[in-house]
Design a protein around this ligand. Structure first.
Ligand SMILES: [Zn+2]
Length: 224
């Protein structure tokens, strides 16, 4: 029994500190995952904005082609009227129809320019948002100090376990996945909340190694 607590106490401190470090690490990983998800969503938004602008540009090109056709038709009708001859009525009808069409296409083209400006602004906003999100991902790293401290704790644990008897080591390793130690909080086990008797508390305060009767974790009494 001699020296046992000298191994168990640092092991308990190590485990509780490592759990704190692992929670910090997990929070950082979660924040990074969320930043990456945000970045992906913005990449998709940028792709949609780019596609919408391309569709719109194609529609505007088609309108310009229609406008050119109407203009050519107007020119042809005017030439026919200039040269005189038969079919003046048909030429005038062609002229009127195409002047109306030209007017209509020009209106649509102008409306299209406004829409293009709106889509360009959306695209620029999507690019800015994505740039910000990319920066957020780059800065959302798990701090290397935390990872180093976790590795250091693992190494230190191996050393401490080397000083334990097989029986205690096995008990420890059996409990370790869910936490081998529980802090005493008030008069209860800090993990499973079962009551700690005054007698058990006394024994713990004397520095004896005791387990929670319910969850079997080794109990640690807070200093002071
Ligand atoms: Zn317990």
């Amino acid at each position: 029994m001699q020296g046992l607590y000298e191994v168990i106490a640092p092991l308990a401190a190590l485990d509780l500190e490592q759990e704190r470090l692992e929670r910090t690490r997990d929070r950082a990983i979660l924040a990074r995952d969320q930043a990456i998800a945000g970045q992906r969503a913005l990449e998709e938004q940028l792709a949609r904005a780019t596609a919408a602008l391309e569709v719109h540009a194609e529609a505007q090109r088609a309108l310009r082609r229609q406008l050119d056709r109407a203009q050519r038709s107007i020119d042809a009708a005017r030439r026919a009227l200039d040269y005189g001859g038969g079919g003046a009525e048909a030429s005038i009808r062609q002229l009127d129809q195409n002047l109306a069409l030209l007017d209509e296409h020009e209106t649509h083209l102008l409306e299209g320019l406004e829409e293009e400006e709106r889509l360009q602004a959306e695209l620029a906003a999507a690019r800015r948002a994505l740039a910000e999100a990319t920066e957020a991902v780059a800065s959302a790293r798990v701090p290397s100090a935390v990872l180093d401290a976790i590795s250091a704790a693992d190494a230190q644990r191996q050393t401490l376990l080397g000083h334990l008897s097989r029986e205690y080591r096995e008990h420890y390793l059996h409990l370790r996945p869910k936490g081998a130690f529980a802090k005493v909080l008030g008069a209860a086990c800090g993990r499973c909340n079962s009551t700690i008797t005054p007698q058990l508390l006394n024994e713990l305060r004397k520095g004896e190694l005791k387990s929670c009767r319910s969850c079997h974790r080794w109990l640690v009494v807070a200093e002071g």
